[in-house]
Design a protein around this ligand. Structure first.
Ligand code: NAD
Length: 415
């Protein structure tokens, strides 16, 4: 990547309009919801948080602010599938959800994506009059169009053209940054695919990040989700669609996340580690939404749909490999990330770039991230499906093109 000063500066930057960040600030949920809605459909995606009384606390806070809370049945605890989105969309339509209501998604990336997709489908699927204004009431009893039709690469090309129901995104893992992105990732296992629906209109209206909500995330999920954020920060920085504002955000995110992820895994109650990870994850979402991603995320989607590998773990396993595959074309960009990732200066751009690869290797080792695809339950005969399933928006952002033959060989070497 040439130095910024040598390039014409032209970019778009999209982000949620309100971001509220801070330890314990979930108590502001009523105030934030009352600005945009009379009723709030609350989706809580974590059994642990549900058992800790969070939904009851939200009920009280929303009522005190004059907002009627309506609890959505807790979604299945897996990454969202086509049927999950279609069911939630129908549930919302049957309850007459309109744009004077809002959705509040409290959970990891799975919950936020599920709510993001259903919020978009509720105003964009069949049953909504084509000429209806934004205040039109949705019609109960009508069959919503399946989200599948809106998914990149596998859908029928339908797009999100109307503003979704307003969404308040409250992440409870520190990883995906989905609270700040304009896409929702939806899976299917038969046939296998993991694809996004995407629109600038899908950016959450309000983002409320309370790092205290991540304290109960167990160590292995802290490691996987933390590595997802780190992968997003690096891949968005080196992406062929990389942009100036996200590059600055990514640098700060990496400086905070590289030491903090180990600390958060070791001591989940560390306020400072949890704060740094939640902030880094948010920055990773802002970065990927504007700059795209790369090889690690492309293959991670295929590992998710072909072998049900959790998203963060899949990214962590693939990051090391992606760094090696891209090393030859990324000397400058890896070297400019070196101070943030390695926390020291280096004699030359080559040694700095090599130090970045080595530091990520060491970090993955310290976090117990496996190297072999067989350790993830993947079989060699799945390689053709993995290659086919890796193509899409993420892979197209990789800093250099990867042929199917090279990708197949790369994956074969991981057994
Ligand atoms: P997740 O949401 O699937 O959560 C992982 C597990 O942690 C679940 O069992 C969940 O119940 C639990 N959990 C969540 N919060 C908890 C808490 N505070 N305490 C205890 N347990 C808790 O995992 P994730 O990595 O956050 O999200 C993964 C999904 O996000 C994938 O589908 C991935 O494709 C998607 N994603 C979306 C984007 C985007 O921009 N839309 C970006 C990256 C990833």
């Amino acid at each position: 990547m040439p130095a910024l000063a040598a390039q014409p500066i032209v970019y778009d930057f999209v982000s949620p309009s309100t971001i509220v960040f801070g330890w314990g600030r979930r108590v502001e949920v009523g105030r934030l919801a009352s600005r945009i809605a009379r009723r709030a459909f609350v989706v809580c995606g974590s059994r642990t948080l549900e058992q800790s009384g969070l939904p009851q606390q939200f009920d009280n806070l929303l009522r005190q602010a004059g907002v009627e809370p309506i609890h959505v049945p807790r979604p299945a605890s897996h990454e969202p599938e086509v049927s999950d989105v279609d069911n939630l969309t129908r549930w919302l339509i049957d309850r007459g959800a309109t744009d004077s209501d809002c959705l509040i998604a409290v959970g990891g990336g799975s919950t936020i994506d599920l709510a993001k997709a259903a919020a978009a489908l509720a105003t964009n699927s069949a049953g909504v009059p084509p000429s209806g204004g934004s205040s039109d009431r949705l019609k109960p009893g009508l069959q919503p169009t399946s989200v599948r039709e809106f998914l990149e690469g596998v859908g029928s090309g339908r797009t999100i053209t109307r503003p979704p129901l307003p969404l308040i995104a409250i992440p409870t893992t520190a990883g995906t940054g989905s609270e700040a992105t304009k896409n929702a990732v939806i899976s299917s296992y038969d046939p296998p695919f993991k694809k996004s629906l995407r629109s600038d209109l899908m950016l959450p209206r309000v983002v409320l990040v309370d790092p205290e909500l991540t304290v109960s995330v167990p160590p292995h999920i802290t490691a996987w989700t933390g590595m997802d954020a780190i992968t997003q920060l690096i891949e968005s920085y080196v992406s062929c669609r990389s942009q100036p504002i996200p590059r600055t955000l990514a640098m700060q995110g990496l400086e905070l996340a590289i030491p903090a992820v180990v600390e958060a895994v070791r001591d989940g109650s560390s306020r400072s580690a949890r704060e740094r990870m939640s902030h880094a994850a948010l920055l990773s979402g802002l970065s990927l939404a504007n700059s795209g991603l790369g090889l690690a995320h492309g293959v991670a989607a295929a590992l998710g749909s072909c072998a049900k590998v959790p998203h963060g773990l899949a990214c962590a396993v693939m990051l090391r490999v992606a760094l090696r595959v891209n090393r030859s074309v990324c000397t400058e960009s890896f070297a400019s990330l070196a101070p943030a990732i390695t926390n020291r200066t280096h004699a030359s751009t080559d040694t700095a770039a090599d130090a970045v690869v080595a530091r990520i290797d060491e970090l993955c080792h310290d976090l117990g991230i496996p190297r072999r695809l067989s350790e993830l339950g993947v079989r060699p005969d799945q390689i053709p499906d993995l290659v086919a399933g890796s193509h899409g928006n993420s892979l197209s952002g990789n800093p250099r093109e990867i042929s199917d033959a090279e990708l197949r060989e790369t994956l074969e070497q991981m057994f």
